[in-house]
Design a protein around this ligand. Structure first.
Ligand code: RB5
Length: 142
């Protein structure tokens, strides 16, 4: 399952990613927002974090204007590793080394084609484990 979340500034790119993933046959659930009406990215970040905590095998795509605010709110939750990414390489490395479970995108700085490539890389890249396992376990506060 891939959960999607955004604020108003990420709404359009989230819509594009929702359609793209659905066309590819992925199971997606859109947690909002559902329009360009101004709202607060933290509301949707918390919804997404809770959905993944209940379904830890799932991944998320989160979008706000910059990708920054929504990733900050997501990363307040244990078990959530949201990576604000600006390149395909970011999307790959954060899977390989950080076992990121949320890809946070910028709706204002990342174009649709680049976002599609980032999403593809994020969803198809495995965590390397090994020396990164203990490091990732050390992220959450007890
Ligand atoms: C909204 O204008 C914008 O501040 C928000 O989408 C996000 O970029 C914050 O980090």
């Amino acid at each position: 399952m891939i959960y999607l979340a955004s604020d108003h500034a990420g709404f359009t790119l989230k819509e594009e990613m929702r359609k793209y993933l659905a066309e590819k046959g992925e199971a997606v659930e859109d947690l909002g927002t559902h329009s360009e009406e101004s709202t607060d990215y933290a509301i949707y970040a918390h919804k997404l974090a809770e959905a993944i905590q209940k379904n830890p095998e799932a991944k998320g795509i989160a979008v706000c204007g910059s990708g920054l605010g929504i990733s900050m709110a997501l990363n307040r939750h244990n078990g959530i590793r949201a990576a604000r990414s600006m390149s395909v390489e970011d999307a790959e490395m954060t899977r390989r080394h950080n076992d990121a479970n949320v890809l946070a995108l910028s709706g204002r700085q990342t174009d649709t084609e680049t976002a599609k490539q980032m999403v593809d890389k994020f969803l198809t890249t495995e965590f390397e484990g090994g020396r990164h396992e203990a490091r990732v376990k050390n992220i959450d506060l007890k």
